[in-house]
Write a protein that binds this ligand. Sequence first.
Ligand SMILES: Cc1cc2nc3c(=O)[nH]c(=O)nc-3n(C[C@H](O)[C@H](O)[C@H](O)COP(=O)(O)OP(=O)(O)OC[C@H]3O[C@@H](n4cnc5c(N)ncnc54)[C@H](O)[C@@H]3O)c2cc1C
Length: 420
Amino acid sequence: MAEDTPRRDTTLETVVIVGAGHAGGRAALLLRRHGFAGRILMLGAEPALPYERPPLSKGFLKGTTSAADMSLRSAQDWAEAGIEHIGGCTVTRIDPESRRVTLADGRSFGFDHAICATGGRARPLALPGAEALLMLRDLADARALRSRLGSCRRLLVVGGGVIGLEVAATAAGCGCAVTVLEAGPRVMARVLPPEASAWLAGLHAGNGVQIRTGVTLERVLPRGTGIAAQTAEGVIEADLGLCAIGILPEPGLVSGARHGASHGLLTDEYCRVEGAGPHVYAIGDIAETPNPVLGRPLRLETWRNAETQAAAVARTLCGTATPACETPWMWTDQFGCNIQVVGVWEGRGERLWRGAPGAPGSVLFWHEGGRPLGAVLIDAGRERRFVEGLVAAGKPVRPEALADPAQRLKSLLPSAVPAA
Ligand SMILES: Cc1cc2nc3c(=O)[nH]c(=O)nc-3n(C[C@H](O)[C@H](O)[C@H](O)COP(=O)(O)OP(=O)(O)OC[C@H]3O[C@@H](n4cnc5c(N)ncnc54)[C@H](O)[C@@H]3O)c2cc1C
């Protein structure tokens, strides 16, 4: 697996990776690929070896993707790469001073470098009876949800964010009658501009999902073998309920670390944790890292951010200081439609559609004075890298050109050579 040669002898060094999820697993693999020759120890709360989570709310729930399909590598590959994994253990402290991590069971391990990749846990609802609602963050959650969905005719989803809507779409596709309760005025409001939320709500409605916005859940009561959800407007009965209201990162693990505005571990551009000296890094959903596109620290909960930050830290630890530069990007699949979001929706910017609103191939841009800040791509993945280029460049483009599907986005990039 070795590809590069580190600039120093790493044979006697130890990297401890706390959290054996997507980012942690990728960091371990890439450390080896870039030539790290020392000990790599992954400590994870889940029993499973590292795997990718996106199918949990999509193919795994439908039964078209297996746990093995989601694994980053097979058990044999990890062993062959000389990467140690201790599963089912909870780390309670990463101490930069003594360079030790401590586990809940009393064990402790020394490190030369530690990488905190603990993601976040599903945010619980602090309401009477809410423990009757399932959650979805890991394989065990997805297994529980999948087994209950089999006999579920009516599903209640609390939270109209990405995960809630993906589960709603998957369950509706399996014949469930689905109701989504969203406390805010629209769905996926943290990620999408209002026009895209409206289009997405329409997609769900067209597929039989009832989306009820501006509705606050008050309590959950047992009702027969199912639940009754009480809201100010009345009671909704369901066979099964899912709580999908976001995640809680837990940054308290790293002694002395500074926490950011979105409760992540603040890092520098190399993902080194602020306040924790030069040997502790944070990557993935837990990390709040300066974003060159937005010009401020950003905590991203996306597959690609986990990849980008793992790659940057692996290179840095192997001697090539590499900042984690990420133009924010995520995707979601709902009712066979692929929706990609480039940039971060911050509630500002003029919107314009390129193509018929919501049609396959259309793109909703938001921009300030022609400077593209972000975009939603609807079944338009082929345009993604050009949209990313436009957002990352931060240069004004004529809005009419952005809106005109006959004008290739590639030709609007600052580096594009004008056509002769
Ligand atoms: C259902 C679902 C669907 C998703 N779909 C998409 C998608 O379509 N597109 C997209 O871009 N992103 C998607 N994501 C987000 C993406 O999967 C995450 O951004 C990514 O997994 C983050 O990687 P991570 O390593 O930071 O966290 P994780 O992959 O969550 O790994 C963190 C690991 O750390 C462990 N851990 C936590 N605390 C401790 C501790 N104290 N001690 C030891 N171990 C600990 C956890 O158990 C976990 O195994 C989805 C996420 C979920 C849950």
